[in-house]
Design a protein. Structure first.
Length: 334
């Protein structure tokens, strides 16, 4: 009998093509994520789940799925939507899709840096609204990027990829990341001992940290007030890293010059949210990895790792490899 798989959203066909010859696959058909009730109704009896960031996979859902559940493959680099500890206790392998989206997300981050610093969306809005009457020497003045100072909060794969792009603009790159040893960082990047040191010096602050208890709400009133009034904030990691109410206040009161967001809290933002109508804020619908090639590779990797886990083979990206060690010690196969 083929193992049962539930895929919580339509993904690139390349991923589904890997699964369907070997598994009984059910794919959630809607554009919106399945509700909690729908998830609870579909996971019982499944041997594998292919999930997205919008799906909360916690102790309760794992229990509802049943003891036959072997693998949760997350179609994302992060796994903050999954209770990895609970999965590990149950002997359930968790995988993710890092690396393949690094360069695509870095492209998007740098696009936001350019667009926010130079107020491009404001300019488009003026043209579309018929408000552009003439050239003016003081109209829509933004900030130069060439030779400016970029501050990276988080220096993982994506942060380093953004730093590489900044070299083309001759930017001075500062970084703050307590988890990264200074000696492991490429030459030419300048380490800050504190977040405050970085915020007071940077013309652009770009966020590239995972969502953890330590980073949740990291950019609060104090952090935003520490930034230059001419600086812009870019967030392409997780919306919950920024205190949304504090950011609204920072933009409305001019603490900072602008913000470019691919992620928000809540997500999606309601259409009447102050950030949506704020002229100095660009809000994108979480499209950091949204290129045809990258989403295809993510789907293939998520599917391939799910199959590997079901077969008792090591996946490329295990989040809790101790489960593999436990299976090996128990002589467990699939």
């Amino acid at each position: 009998m083929k193992p049962r798989i539930f895929v919580t959203r339509r993904i690139a066909q390349a991923g589904l093509d890997l699964l369907t010859p070997h598994c009984e696959v059910e794919v959630w058909p809607g554009e919106e994520p399945p509700s909690r009730e729908e998830l609870r109704a579909r996971v019982p009896g499944c041997h594998g789940l292919l999930t997205l960031l919008s799906d909360r996979v916690d102790e309760e859902l794992l229990a509802v799925a049943g003891p036959q559940l072997r693998v949760v493959s997350n179609h994302a680099a992060g796994v903050d939507n999954i209770d990895v500890a609970a999965a590990t206790r149950r002997g359930i392998l968790v995988t993710n899709t890092p690396d393949v989206l690094t360069e695509t997300t870095a492209d998007l981050a740098f696009a936001l840096i350019c667009a926010t610093s130079r107020r491009l969306v404001e300019g488009v809005d003026w043209v579309r609204a018929g408000r552009w009457k003439t050239w003016s020497p003081l109209f829509l003045l933004g900030q130069d990027l060439f030779g400016a100072t970029l501050g990276l909060v988080g220096l993982g794969r994506i942060g380093r990829a953004v730093a590489r792009r900044a070299q083309g603009f001759a930017m001075r790159v500062l970084w703050y990341d307590p988890s990264i040893p200074a000696g492991s960082v490429p030459a030419g990047l300048h380490r800050c001992d504190t977040l405050d040191e970085l915020l007071r010096a940077a013309d652009v602050v770009s966020l590239h940290v995972p969502l953890t208890p330590a980073t949740r709400g990291l950019f609060d009133v104090a952090a935003l007030r520490a930034m230059k009034p001419t600086a812009v904030l870019i967030n392409t990691c997780r919306g919950q890293v920024v205190d949304t109410a504090a950011l609204v206040q920072a933009l409305q009161e001019g603490w900072i010059a602008g913000a470019g967001l691919d992620v928000t809290d809540p997500e999606p933002l309601p259409a009447d949210h102050p950030l949506v109508s704020e002229p100095r804020c660009i809000v994108l619908p979480h499209i950091g990895s949204a290129s045809t090639a990258t989403r295809g590779r993510m789907a293939e990797l998520a599917a391939a790792d799910l199959l590997a886990g079901l077969r008792g083979e090591p996946p490329r990206h295990p989040v809790n490899p101790e489960v593999l060690a436990g299976r090996a010690a128990a002589g467990a196969g699939c």
